[in-house]
Design a protein around this ligand. Structure first.
Ligand code: AKG
Ligand code: FE2
Length: 170
């Protein structure tokens, strides 16, 4: 990965997250900016060994639901009847509120996949298990429909190996 300077506003966000101490003695040096319009999501995935052991995400604009799934390596391979569908591997969701910070680490990093469904609104019902439902800034009423608007996420991580070469893009 090649180093590039960060804009000041982004570097300020990075510093505030660093000051929380969640990266230990490391300084987060990588920010991914994603924009989601209503109906857009991201496939269930693992962030992989490069960013291990901590990933942090600031949510701006819309709320979203981040869904967690058992990874296949975390299901019982002896059980040949096991169902590989995401539906059967779903465990719970976290409601990511606007201006919130998510810290993903430990088992949630290594043992589970995370993803965002392609929906324009989220219906918060019992099936949709919102694990942080009781810890939100605004209490949730169940069966409530939450319309998504544009969301920008800043995923702040630490990458151990970077190269200090200058890219000349024309
Ligand atoms: O936008 C988000 O909150 C999740 C992004 C994500 O999981 C990723 O980029 O790896
Ligand atoms: Fe991710």
């Amino acid at each position: 990965m090649v180093c590039e300077p960060m804009p000041k506003w982004l570097s300020d966000c990075r510093e505030r997250v660093k000051d929380l101490g969640v990266f230990g003695d490391k300084t987060p040096n990588h920010v991914l900016v994603n924009e989601y319009t209503p109906g857009q999501g991201i496939m269930p995935h693992e962030d992989g060994p490069l960013y291990h052991p901590v990933v942090t995400t600031i949510s701006l604009g819309s709320h979203t639901l981040l869904d967690f799934y058992k990874s296949l390596s975390n299901t019982d391979h002896q059980d040949t009847t096991h169902d590989a569908s995401y539906e059967s591997r779903y465990i719970f969701s976290l409601l990511l509120e606007p201006r919130s910070l998510l810290v993903l680490q430990n088992d949630m990093y290594t043992r589970y996949l995370h993803g965002i469904s392609q929906r324009e609104k989220d219906t918060v019902s019992d099936q949709q298990r919102v694990a942080n439902g009781s810890r939100l800034g605004q209490p949730l009423s169940f069966a409530e429909e939450l319309n998504r608007s544009t969301r920008v996420s800043l995923t702040i991580r630490h990458v151990p190996k970077t190269f200090k070469i200058k890219l000349k893009l024309k």
